[in-house]
Design a protein around this ligand. Sequence first.
Ligand code: HGY
Ligand code: MN
Ligand code: MN
Length: 420
Amino acid sequence: MSMQYASGAVGNVTVNGVKLWDDILETARFGGTPKGGIKRLALTEEDRQVRDWFVRTCEALGCTVSHDSMGNQFARRPGTEDTLPPITMGSHLDTQPTGGKFDGIVGVLGGLAVLRALQETGRETRHPIELINWTNEEGSRFSPAMLSSGVFAGVFTEQEALDTKDREGVRLGDVLEGIGYRGAEVCGAHPVAAYFELHIEQGPILEVEHKTIGIVTGVQGMRWYEVTLTGRDSHAGSTPMRLRADALVTAARMIEAVQTIALEHGPDAVGTVGLIENRPNSRNVVPGEVFFTVDFRDPDDSIVQKMEDAFYAQASELAEKAGLTLEIARVWDTPAVQFDPECVASVTRAADTLGYPARRIVSGAGHDATYMAQVAPTAMIFVPCAGGLSHNEEESAEPDDVTAGANVLLRAVLETDMRL
Ligand code: HGY
Ligand code: MN
Ligand code: MN
């Protein structure tokens, strides 16, 4: 049945790649850094600026823009059967502190290019088509990642999300109100017929294999932990080595254990300590407390569990040997996800019809699609990024690849509009 959609039924609408690239460069101004990256943490002034741009630009295309109670933005283009639930596209506009111009942004602006193509060609769709900008996907300012799509999917409660605090103690709900983007619609009440997310791969595979499109079949499992190791502040000069309770030295051993555990559980396992706070962080005080985060991931959830077990055992042993107090909290656990076979097939046919070299791939990074897959048929489209580099100000992608990804997104959305 769905094969009829791969033919001309979808038509030959394509996106305006030049305008898409202009949008990427224009929005990079909001939080742009001297090194050519973007620092646009969730719910900051820079995030408010790009949100305002999103509203202006989508409304100029004839869309209506609404917001839900987590600040998620929905730009809607009506369908001929407008009571049908929308076919949605989305990603995020918040970035890492040293983020690039493409992570998340390609998915939102690629979706915008799809809306623009439909509007400029007058191509009608049965379903309404919506573009979503998710709040706080990165999880860099407010942990965990994909927080608002997680509320939308019922993984987190809205209250726990609103009460989340950043490392300076600022409450998410307060700054969401502060930038004026807390909407009336209850987060999660929004109907969705299907969800597609375009994103850079953030890894090296597509580039190494000279593939333009990644047909993403799912996302690997991931868990985050917060570790607090407590010893005793003491004088760096007058405290004999045997009398010290040095939290930083033992933390260093635990951090090395994270890497060793990931290497031992390979080939796909990864382990990272990305954030560390050493207290009191004074050059002539033996550190009495260290806080650090751990990120374990693998496509196989049982491997993630094994890494967790190994880390808990080794960290406990190290703390006990050093006479320190150890607290480990698992603050995020998102199991591996498989995307909807029909939506994945739409992406596959789109890439094939358009003649783009493609391959199936599992995502190493987390995305809002991880949670959307729990509430609607979902699939993702990857395009390459230079050297597979991401979460780095030097992140870069090729205009032709970004355009190709947006064209695959367009065709997958149109085909799904006819199929559902
Ligand atoms: O952590 C991730 O994989 C994503 O960048 N939030
Ligand atoms: Mn992302
Ligand atoms: Mn990211």
